[in-house]
Design a protein around this ligand. Sequence first.
Ligand code: URA
Length: 239
Amino acid sequence: MRIDKLLANMGYGSRKEVKTLLKKGIVLQNDTVIKNSSTHVDPEKDTIKVFGEVVEYKEYVYLMMNKPPGYVSATEDNHDNTVIDLLEAEDSIFQPFPVGRLDKDTEGLLLITNDGKLAHQLLSPKKNIGKTYFAHIQGRVTEDDITQFKEGVTLDDGYVTKPAQLNILTRGEISEIEVTITEGKFHQIKRMFEAVGKKVVYLKRLSMGTLQLDSDLLVGEYRELTDSEYSYLTSIHNG
Ligand code: URA
């Protein structure tokens, strides 16, 4: 890979700005100064330093966000802020995108990556990955709702949902529940509750498979996946 492309990808500026950096003689390839922006380097084998600091090259970024309400799960939007607007420049430089969608008013676990293949696999219904949500429901959720969710409910468009596991945490005017689904139809949880005559008033995604939302992440915060979280996702990808 050309050194100017590598440095531009890693956020050291535009190709033109990177060329200026190179001319200044502050970029080293294995401790030898390189000034020519078309020099080829091997990011796997060569040690590249800028201002004496080693450049840790990576092609992909994998982020876990605790999505806040009020942001859309998209890379661009004409009206609303997007989850990508919440990223630091050092992360948005990778041009990542959210894996699937949480509604604008939904909170919680959202994966953001620029690894298109992995994203595609994770969204595949064939992978049967359970997604667990916590919700506040207007109305008393009943044992009958649990049975109906287990058997599949009919949505407003006639679609019958796959079995879902509903747990009631507290019952009342507003019930607190957890629900696990293996699909990702548009507004699925909200429409499933509508199908049994109830309304979701708060929704937060807690997990995708065994990947859990980090409870240390405040709403709107994000972090890179740990190695073991990443390995889990790639095991789904390859499995
Ligand atoms: N189901 C919904 O209704 N909304 C979401 O954001 C996610 C699942």
